[in-house]
Write a protein that binds this ligand. Structure first.
Ligand code: AHR
Length: 622
C-alpha cells in the first residue's frame, strides 16, 4: 500500500462522526432521561399504569396543579383501612444503588388544610420496605415538597412507595425520583453512565429526536418541540411512536414525558461538543403507520415550527423563543447550524413540502444548512429519483439510511467513490449492520463490517459530511429494535463492539484525507482488506484505519510518499480483534474492547501483520 502525504485529497468535517438519538427501546424515558418514576403525572390514558394504588386512591382533575397535565391522585386515609397510598414500579423496575442519594419530589396539597404526614419508602424486589422517610404536607395550595433518600440497598427492580400516614386527604401530582448523581449533577438530568458513554464517543454531530418518532403514528402525535420546553411539569405527555405493535411486540406503557426535551438536547450537544442536528416533522406522519398528509395550504404552522426552533436555538433573548431559552437558563445561543426536514420520506408529497420548508428557511436564515431525506433505505433504486430532486432543491445534505446485512456493508465500502461531487453532501443518518443469522446481534461480524464500510465514508469525506449509527440505546428488558449501540439495564450499561468501532473513528477522525492505494486502487475489499489514511493537521500525525476481514493474517507494507526528509518516529495502534464473528459483549462482560499496543516504526515505510478479523487504528508520528 502507498500513502501519499504530500497533498490531502479532502477535508474531513470536524463533525463527521456523531450520534443519532431517538426515544426507542426506552432510550429517553426509562433510559438516558434519569427520571425513575413511570407515569409521574398520571397522564397515561390509563392513569394508574406504572402505579399500584392501595386504599382509597382516585384520579382527579379539578383545580389541577398543571393545566397541560391536569390529572393528579387523591389519597384518602379514612382511618378504617390500615394504609392508603401507591407504589411506582419504575421502568421495568427502579434501579437504586446502596449509598447513593435519590431526590424525591412531589406537588401536594391537603384539601381540608390539615397537616398530613407522608411516608416515602424504597421497597426492594423482595417486597421489603428498607427505607422510610417522612415529609409533612399542609395547606390547600399546591406546593412542591422534596426529600433526599439514601438507598440502603442495591436493586435493579426496586419500587417507590408513598403512604399517607395520617387520617385525612392529600392530593399529589408529578411524583418524581431522580438520582442526585445525574450527568453534571443537573436536576431533571440524565443518567450519568449513559451520558458519559456518549461523551466518550467524542461525537461531532448529535441528531435528535429520531427517527420515526419525529413523524409520529399520526400527525397529532408527531414530535412537537414546543411541547418539550418550559417547566418540565407542564410538558404534555405524548404517545411514543414505538409504544405499540411493532413486529408483534406491544408496549402499551411507552409514552414520551418530553422531560428530555429540546432544551436538554441542545444542552447535551453543548456538553458533548457536538453540533446539534434537530430533525422536524415536514407534515407527513410515519410512513409505516397512518401516512397522514398535511395539505400544502395548511403547512404554514409546520414551517413556522421550524423557524421558531431556529429562533429558540439561536435567537436573541429579546426574541419570543430566545426568551424561552433564556428563561430556562441559557441566554447564550446554542449556535445551531443545521436542521433536518422529515425522516425517511419520499414521493412528490415530500418533495413539495421540503421545497416549501427550504424556501422559508433560506429566506429567514440563509446560513442554516437544510438536510433532506433520501427515503427509507439504500437497499434498492426505488428512491434514487430523490437525489436529483434534492439537488434541484439545493438542500445542503441528504440523509441516507441503511440497515443492511454485513455483506452489504463490506460490499459498499466504495459506495461513495462515484457519488456526484456537485450535488448535496451525504449525511449517513442511520445505519447498522444487521446479521440476520444471529437474530441481529451486536456481534463482531456486524461491527467489523461497519468498520470496513466506514473506511469508504472517510475516503469520500469530500462528499460524506456526517455519519451516525442507529439506534443508539436499548434497555435489555424493553426494546423494540436491534441491534443498538449501547445496551443497559436499570443499573448497568454495556458498550457493544459496534460502539467501539464508532469510538475508534470518533476519537481518530483526523482532519484531511490522504490518498491510500493498493496496486493503484483504493483499498475496498481486495484480499479482504479495507483501509483509509488521514492527516491530523494539529499534531502532524498520520492516522491509518485498517480492517482485515479475512480469516488469515495479512502482511502489508505501507510506503509513505511525500515525507521528503521526514521519518516516522513513533506509533501506536488501537485495535479490535476476535477469533469469532459471533462474539458479543454482555452486561456482565465486555469480551470485545479496544486494546492499545506500540507500533515499531522506522524510516518511511511500515511493515504490519494484520491479525485475522481485526480493525486497527494506527497513529503515526512523523
Ligand atoms: O432507528 C430506528 C428507526 O429506523 C428509525 O426510527 C427510522 O428512521 C428507521 O426506520
Amino acid at each position: 500500500m502507498t500513502v501519499d502525504v504530500s497533498k490531502p485529497t479532502a477535508q474531513i468535517q470536524p463533525e463527521m462522526y456523531g450520534i443519532f438519538f431517538e426515544d426507542i427501546n426506552f432510550g429517553a424515558d426509562g433510559g438516558l432521561y434519569a427520571e425513575l418514576v413511570k407515569n409521574r403525572s398520571f397522564e397515561f390514558p390509563q392513569p394508574f399504569v406504572g402505579w399500584v394504588p392501595f386504599g382509597n386512591v382516585t384520579v382527579q382533575d379539578t383545580n389541577p396543579c398543571f393545566d397541560r397535565n391536569p390529572h393528579y391522585v387523591r389519597v384518602v386515609n379514612d382511618g378504617r383501612l390500615l394504609r392508603a397510598g401507591l407504589d411506582n414500579e419504575g421502568y421495568r423496575g427502579i434501579g437504586v444503588k446502596q449509598g447513593e442519594e435519590y431526590r424525591f419530589s412531589v406537588y401536594a396539597r391537603t384539601p381540608d388544610a390539615k397537616p398530613m404526614k407522608l411516608s416515602i419508602e424504597l421497597v426492594n424486589s423482595n417486597a421489603q420496605n428498607l427505607l422510610k422517610k417522612e415529609i409533612e404536607v399542609s395547606g390547600r395550595d399546591w406546593q412542591k415538597l422534596t426529600a433526599v433518600l439514601k438507598s440502603p440497598f442495591t436493586d435493579a427492580h426496586a419500587r417507590l412507595r408513598i403512604v399517607l400516614e395520617t387520617k385525612g386527604t392529600v392530593d399529589m401530582d408529578h411524583i418524581s425520583l431522580f438520582p442526585v448523581n445525574t450527568w453534571k449533577g443537573r436536576e431533571n438530568g440524565l443518567r450519568a453512565d449513559l451520558a458519559q458513554a456518549l461523551y466518550d464517543l467524542n461525537p461531532g454531530v448529535f441528531r435528535f429526536p429520531g427517527g420515526c418518532i419525529i413523524e409520529g403514528n399520526s400527525l397529532e402525535t408527531r414530535y412537537q418541540w414546543k411541547n418539550s420546553v418550559g417547566p418540565v411539569e407542564n410538558r404534555p405527555l405524548n404517545e411514543n411512536r414505538w409504544n405499540y405493535t411493532f413486529k408483534h411486540k406491544a408496549f402499551p406503557d411507552y409514552f414520551q414525558t418530553l422531560g428530555l426535551g429540546y432544551f436538554e438536547y441542545f444542552l447535551l450537544s453543548e456538553d458533548l461538543g457536538a453540533e446539534p442536528l434537530p430533525v422536524i416533522s415536514c407534515g407527513l406522519s410515519c410512513q409505516y403507520e397512518s401516512n397522514e398528509v398535511v395539505p400544502m395550504d395548511e403547512l404554514d404552522p409546520y414551517i413556522q415550527d421550524a423557524l421558531d426552533l431556529i429562533e429558540f436555538a439561536n435567537g436573541p433573548v429579546t426574541s419570543t423563543w430566545g426568551k424561552v431559552r433564556a428563561d430556562m437558563g441559557h441566554p447564550e445561543p446554542f449556535n445551531l447550524k443545521m436542521i433536518g426536514i422529515g425522516n425517511e420520506q419520499w414521493d412528490k408529497v415530500y418533495v413539495d413540502r421540503l421545497e416549501a420548508f427550504t424556501k422559508a428557511i433560506r429566506a429567514k436564515y440563509p446560513t442554516i444548512k437544510v438536510v433532506g431525506s433520501s427515503g427509507p433505505s439504500a437497499s434498492g433504486d426505488k428512491f434514487d429519483y430523490l437525489w436529483p430532486e434534492m439537488k434541484r432543491l439545493g438542500v445542503d445534505l441528504v440523509d441516507e439510511h441503511y440497515y443492511m446485512n454485513p455483506d452489504w456493508f463490506f460490499g459498499n465500502a466504495s459506495r461513495y467513490d462515484n457519488y456526484d461531487r456537485k450535488g448535496p453532501k451525504v449525511f449517513a443518518g442511520e445505519y447498522a449492520s444487521h446479521d440476520h443469522s444471529t437474530k441481529k446481534d451486536n456481534n463482531f461480524l456486524a461491527a467489523l463490517s461497519e468498520a470496513a464500510f466506514m473506511t469508504g465514508l472517510e475516503r469520500n469525506a469530500d462528499v460524506v459530511h456526517l455519519a451516525t449509527y442507529a439506534p443508539l440505546f436499548a434497555h435489555v428488558d424493553a426494546w423494540q429494535w436491534n441491534p443498538d449501540l449501547i445496551w443497559f439495564d436499570n443499573l448497568r450499561m454495556m458498550r457493544t463492539p459496534n460502539y467501539y468501532v464508532q469510538q475508534m473513528y470518533g476519537m481518530n477522525a483526523g482532519t484531511d484525507v490522504l490518498s491510500l492505494k493498493m496496486d493503484g486502487k483504493a483499498v475496498a475489499g481486495q484480499d479482504s482488506l479495507y483501509a483509509t489514511a488521514a492527516l491530523n493537521a494539529p499534531t502532524g500525525e498520520i492516522i491509518l484505519k485498517l480492517v482485515n476481514a479475512g480469516s488469515k493474517p495479512a502482511d502489508v507494507q505501507i510506503d509513505f510518499n511525500g515525507l521528503k526528509k521526514r521519518q516516522l518516529v513513533a506509533g501506536s495502534c488501537t485495535y479490535l480483534q476476535n477469533d469469532s464473528w459471533r462474539t458479543v459483549n454482555t452486561l456482565d462482560e465486555e469480551a470485545i474492547v479496544p486494546r492499545v499496543r506500540p507500533v515499531q516504526v522506522k524510516g518511511q515505510s511500515l511493515k504490519l501483520e494484520l491479525e485475522p478479523r481485526s480493525f486497527g487504528v494506527y497513529r503515526l508520528q512523523v
